[in-house]
Write a protein that binds this ligand. Structure first.
Ligand code: SF4
Length: 186
């Protein structure tokens, strides 16, 4: 019987490489979307739909945490002005991965991994360090991977384009969307 892995998915395009790769390693893989960092709600819905589409294409299962943006805003309060890659993002990784670890442990998954390390804009060392810590606290194992290696990010762009998946142009939270949209549009 295959060992079950819960794959924390930050967005569907970023999962196009890790999900098949972990399967190729022999794991049974299900996806988990935390999503409460995503702003606004319509964007969350688009990303959730994209993950449903990817699940259908791959013949896999995706689970979705309830959308609770107020909890995310509370947990990152005081860090609004942090640059991307700073303390707010570290806290955000911790929130997303702790929720994923708790979900995995509650359903008997033995291992947890994340798609986050495919991004060229995020620190894989920080992501893997936080992931290992929250997994340990939840009593499960962490699968350390740096998915952006071997042109993983480029491959994810190609695969998501082939599949017609929605690909966003900002990381996800209200503070990152302001880099691309006027505040009045929020
Ligand atoms: S920029 Fe991305 S990683 Fe950083 S806090 Fe916002 S959603 Fe989270």
């Amino acid at each position: 019987m295959k060992e079950r892995v819960l794959l924390h998915v930050c967005c569907a395009p970023d999962a196009t490489v890790p999900w098949p790769a972990l399967r190729n390693e022999g794991y049974e893989v299900d996806a988990f979307f935390y999503g409460s960092n995503i702003h606004p709600e319509g964007e969350w819905a688009r990303r959730a739909d994209a993950l449903r589409m990817l699940s259908q294409r791959l013949g896999g299962k995706s689970e979705f945490a309830p959308y609770e943006p107020d909890a995310w805003f509370d947990a990152t309060s005081g860090m609004e002005g942090e640059p991307e890659g700073g303390a707010r993002c570290a806290a955000c990784f911790g929130i997303q991965l702790a929720a994923s670890a708790a979900y995995a442990a509650s359903l008997g998954y033995g291992r947890l991994c994340t798609t986050l390390s495919i991004s060229p804009h995020k620190s894989p060392e920080l992501i893997n360090s936080i992931g290992a810590s929250v997994a340990k606290n939840a009593g499960i194992a962490w699968i350390e991977r740096v998915w952006r290696k071997n042109d993983g990010f480029k491959l994810s762009i190609a695969r998501s384009g082939e599949m017609g998946l929605y690909r966003q142009n900002y990381c996800g939270c209200a503070h990152s969307v302001r880099r691309f949209e006027p505040v009045s549009a929020l």
